[in-house]
Ligand binder design. Structure first.
Ligand code: SF4
Ligand code: SF4
Length: 384
């Protein structure tokens, strides 16, 4: 199993000098063939790598912003070329000459002004927890629970965070919320190639974790988990990071959560790219599903390492795509084709992309989009 390792450097030099990773490419075209864009329109990843080797601009500048950093190409490249890194560094170069797409520009200015991509007031960061709310981490608890900005500020995305908090409480886990002074983990700007802004957000969180004495950070999103695990150590953020599904899996194994209520659903699970391909977490979600009483679980043909991206990563969450180019619609159709009435995932971006796809495709009466935490809360009988 290939797990995608971090590419922290924004290697202008890699592109300028045709560095080692790039030179390994022998133009086999596997990346282009497996890229999800091949399902909807021509998109020449191999050509992007070739342009980088030659130090040339990409012919169609928009192509650079199509990559959703899903990692399918990296996981299958026979020469282990750091393709996402190449794309990110080329984005950084075009961006330095004012080349950010408009929606990415507004996401970035929100990050600069508010410390999150959604123009959310910092003081409302924990509003999802309702009133009287949940304890904020003060150094006395075991886990600092860091909830993704998308769940914090998108009212429709609060359910998964609320379900997770109730499960942790039911299992007697000692946890406190990241305070309102926490900022975005940095994942969304990282993929645009802006290393400076990514690091400045990351360092603010690292300082906060240190000030609070947090040693264990539980992420509600695979993107935050990926940042804490792979990026933060370079900035002194030596915390033990976990994605919530791993902890829930452990709590189930330890009998601290007992799912007894029937979950009469036919469920198919979508592997989020940053949980699966980027971090190799494939089994805990499936073990969790297997513990849901009376639930029928079916796999989509593309699963685990071959899972089809929802389109939300790599800045895709903030881009407008024409209807025929939305991976979430394709993926939702794959879920419908299994006969499932429930599409489960474990990522706030996937959750939002699929909710949108359900609405656009008009299939609200056929399939529901839920988070794994919500399904488990249903089986435990816990809701906040
Ligand atoms: S799969 Fe790897 S070696 Fe083949 S063309 Fe793409 S980057 Fe080059
Ligand atoms: S990371 Fe995914 S979207 Fe980007 S080029 Fe590779 S396969 Fe295509």
């Amino acid at each position: 199993m290939t797990v995608i390792e971090p590419f922290l450097e924004i290697p202008d030099s890699l592109v300028e000098s045709g560095g080692d990773g790039l030179n390994l490419c022998y133009q086999c075209g596997t990346c282009t063939a497996l890229c999800p864009w091949s399902l909807v329109r021509p998109f020449n990843v191999r050509g992007i790598v070739r342009s980088a080797q030659l130090g040339l601009d990409v012919e169609d500048g928009e192509d650079l912003w199509r990559c959703v950093t899903c990692g399918t190409c990296v996981a299958n490249c026979p020469r282990e070329v750091p393709i996402i890194n190449v794309v990110r560094s080329m984005r950084a170069m075009t961006a330095s000459s004012g080349g950010y797409p408009m929606t990415i520009r507004s996401m970035r200015s929100s990050q600069q002004q508010y410390g999150n991509p959604w123009q959310g007031p910092p003081e409302a960061r924990n509003a999802w927890a309702g009133t009287p709310g949940l304890p904020v981490f003060d150094g006395s608890q075991e886990w600092l629970l860091y909830v993704c900005c998308t769940s914090c500020y998108d009212v429709a995305a609060r359910g998964p965070a609320q379900a997770l908090a109730s499960l942790l409480s039911a299992a007697g886990v000692s946890f406190g919320l990241a305070p309102a002074t926490a900022v975005c983990c940095g994942c969304s700007v990282r993929e645009t190639g802006d290393a400076e802004l990514t690091e400045s957000l990351g360092r603010r969180n690292v300082a906060l974790f240190r000030e609070l004495g947090a040693r264990k950070v539980l992420a509600s999103s695979p993107h935050c988990f990926n940042a804490f695990r792979k990026d933060y150590p370079a900035w002194g953020g030596e915390v033990e990071a976990a994605h919530y599904v791993t902890l829930l899996d452990e709590l189930l194994a330890a009998d601290r959560l007992r799912p007894t209520r029937p979950v009469r659903r036919k469920v198919t699970y979508h592997d989020p790219c940053y949980l699966g391909r980027h971090n190799g977490v494939y089994d805990p979600p499936r073990r969790l599903l297997a513990r849901l009483p009376e639930a029928q679980v079916v796999e989509m043909p593309r699963n685990r390492e071959l899972s089809l991206c929802c389109g939300g990563g790599g800045g895709g969450m903030f881009m407008d795509r024409p209807k025929g180019e939305r991976f979430a619609n394709l993926r939702l159709q794959e879920a419908l084709d299994t006969g499932a009435d429930t599409l489960a995932t474990a990522c706030a971006y996937c959750h939002a992309m699929f909710r949108d796809a359900v609405r656009v495709m008009g299939v609200e009466d056929r399939i529901a989009v839920v988070d794994l935490a919500e399904l488990l809360a249903e089986a435990i009988g816990e809701t906040r």
